[in-house]
Design a protein around this ligand. Sequence first.
Ligand code: HEM
Length: 146
Amino acid sequence: MDREIYVPPMNPGAVPPPPREVFAVMGEANIERMLEDFYLELGRGSPALRALFPDDMVAASRRSAAFFIGLLGGPPRYHERYGNPMMRARHLPFEINDSRRDEWLACFEQVLADAPARYQFPAEHLEAFRAFLRGFSAWMVNSRDA
Ligand code: HEM
C-alpha cells in the first residue's frame, strides 16, 4: 500500500456496542433490507465514495448485514461466513478520510430516518445505534488526505 496509514487516537473498545435487544424486534430480514437500502444510498453518494465500493451493492450489503445482525443481538453471521471481523484491518485497503466517513454517516442517517416504520427498528434504541455508528466509524478512518 503506497500511502500513509493514519491511526485515530482512540480506543475502539470504549465505543459502547448498540443495544442487543434490537435483533429480537427486527429479525434478520429487516436488517438485511435496511443495509441493502443503506448501500443503495452509498451508491448515490459522491463519485469518490462510490468508487470505494464494488459494482454489486446488494451483495456488498449482505456482508455488512451479516456483521450488523450479530452486533444487534442476533447470530454471529459475519463470523460464520467470513471469519474474524477485524473491521479496521478489513477497511485498510480503502482510503477512508473524515469527509468520506461523514458521507457514510449521512447515508446511514437517510435510512435511519424511516427505520422504525420501514424495518421495525425500535425507535427507543435509535440514538444508541447512532452513537455506535459515530464512534465505530471514527475507528475506520485510515487517511488524513482529502
Ligand atoms: C460503524 C462503522 C462501519 C462498519 C460497522 C462497517 C462495516 C463493514 C462491513 C461488515 C463490511 C464488509 C466487509 C467484508 O467484505 O467482509 C464493510 C465493507 C466496506 N466498508 Fe465499512 N463499515 C463501517 C464504516 C465504513 C466507512 C466510514 C466507510 C467509508 C466511508 C466504509 C467503507 C467500506 C468499504 C469500501 C467496504 C468494502 C465494500 C466491499 O468490497 O464489499 N465502511 N464495512
